[in-house]
Design a protein around this ligand. Structure first.
Ligand SMILES: [Zn+2]
Length: 138
């Protein structure tokens, strides 16, 4: 637990399970951001929903947030993809690559899949990320 020790606030984060490699990176970023930050003793610590003026979560504010988000994705980016006259599995592949959801070696390693290296399976020169694999590989 976090605590005051000799007039210094100590952040001591505890987790219920082991973290994935990607989560450990986020934890280090969090600790870096928390450096020098101390709690204000006079305020009650509570969650605030930033999408509502009162800071209270409401179904309506969540719906509006999701509606706006989806509308932007569908109309701005994905709508032309879904209109392409190609096989659905080809559309799905492009959608996964665009969202970086394709199981490249780097993505697999980030999910703690054990691989010998992250090098591209085709050229063995660069890390295998979707952009390299589909756009830049020789
Ligand atoms: Zn390559």
């Amino acid at each position: 637990m976090e605590e005051w020790i000799d007039d210094s606030w100590i952040w001591n984060l505890n987790w219920r399970r082991n973290r994935w490699t990607k989560e450990e990176i986020h934890e280090r970023e969090l600790i870096h951001r928390l450096e020098g930050k101390i709690p204000i003793n006079d305020n009650i610590d509570r969650w605030i929903w930033k999408e509502d003026e009162d800071g209270q979560f409401t179904d309506k504010s969540a719906y509006l947030l999701l509606s706006n988000h989806n509308e932007g994705d569908i109309n701005g980016v994905f709508k032309p993809l879904w209109k392409l006259k190609i096989a659905p599995n080809a559309q799905h592949l492009r959608w996964r690559v665009f969202l970086d959801r394709f199981p490249t070696k780097v993505n697999l390693i980030n999910k703690d899949i054990q691989l010998s290296n992250a090098r591209c399976i085709l050229c063995n020169e660069k890390d295998e990320i979707a952009k390299h694999l589909f756009l830049n590989c020789k």
